[in-house]
Ligand binder design. Structure first.
Ligand SMILES: Nc1ncnc2c1ncn2[C@@H]1O[C@H](COP(=O)(O)OP(=O)(O)O)[C@@H](O)[C@H]1O
Ligand SMILES: [Mg+2]
Length: 270
């Protein structure tokens, strides 16, 4: 389980995952999904994790979120000084919004769970709806809005919670290419302003390089940490950063290492 750490030193990482392993029991015996994986994330850092399918990315994120037991190792998320703030909020690829609640009630859900009064939670939800151009859809139900809008709702619901860390597992993975670009821009803009600590899983290298301060590459199963890339592109960034030679270099460098892992992962599946 994710545990609270009392070390409040400002230099301490916001997230400290140390020698984390995950072993799943299967019918053929135990399977090592994640092997001795360590990762420190600084306060306000945006870290992207990429790796071949099945390498344990979602497993790791669920462990960070406290949704999955840790087989070996430790995960600490340093709480902030403000009382009552949730330690984490998670955004998944699937639209994890309630079909029976309106858009605004979905966005305000986490705040409601924390016992925040109606007026304040509606105000916060409206602020976020406004930020992503959804104000006029506040009273719509999820089935009345597009996939891109639904995922915006999931993202701003997490942000409205104002968590210590934001955990995202391929949040734009189900969207078409154009919608995806629009949401990437929105994420960039919002992150530049909020400077949340983010762990972001994606299989898009473009997305990882565009959004991340650092990109962590994982090996094919069992997931290990294979390489780290510091993305030294200037901030604030916009989608235009993708058209720079520097961007292409980062992308090529990561792909160079990732492609052999993808091949290895595919061979293992045969
Ligand atoms: N609950 C589970 N029980 C058994 N095996 C699992 C479970 N969840 C995931 N796995 C296996 O663990 C490995 C890593 O899965 P996952 O973390 O979903 O990878 P990724 O997100 O990188 O695609 C895969 O081989 C997957 O089949
Ligand atoms: Mg996954």
């Amino acid at each position: 389980m994710t545990s609270l750490s009392n070390s409040g030193a400002s230099g301490a990482p916001k997230i400290a995952a140390r020698n984390v392993s995950k072993i799943y029991p299967t019918v053929d015996g135990s399977m090592v999904a994640l092997d001795d994986f360590s990762l420190d994330v600084a306060d306000g850092e945006f870290v992207c994790i990429v790796g071949p399918s099945g390498c344990g990315k979602s497993t790791f994120l669920r462990m960070l979120a406290g949704l999955e037991d840790i087989s070996l190792g430790t995960i600490d998320i340093r709480p902030g000084t403000e009382p009552g703030k949730p330690l984490n909020s998670v955004v998944f690829q699937e639209y994890a919004i309630f079909p029976w609640k309106t858009v605004i009630d979905n966005v305000a859900f986490g705040l409601q769970m924390r016992g925040i009064g109606l007026r304040q939670r509606q105000e916060t939800a409206r602020y976020w709806l406004d930020r992503v151009g959804l104000a006029k859809f506040a009273n719509y139900y999820p089935h009345q809005i597009s996939g891109g809008m639904k995922q915006r709702v999931s993202i701003i619901r997490a942000l409205a919670n104002d968590p210590e860390v934001l955990l995202m597992d391929e949040p734009l993975g189900a969207l078409d290419a154009q919608t995806r670009v629009v949401l990437q821009e929105e994420l960039l803009r919002i992150w530049e302003e909020t400077r949340k600590t983010v762990v972001y899983i994606t299989h898009s290298l473009d997305e990882a390089v565009l959004l991340g301060d650092r990109v962590i590459l994982m090996s094919a199963q069992p997931g290990r940490r294979l390489a780290t890339f510091d993305i030294d592109l200037p901030r604030p960034r916009s989608i235009d950063a993708m058209n720079t030679p520097r961007f292409a270099e980062y992308r090529a460098e990561i792909w160079n290492q990732l492609s052999s892992e993808v091949t290895r992962a595919m061979e293992m599946q045969q």
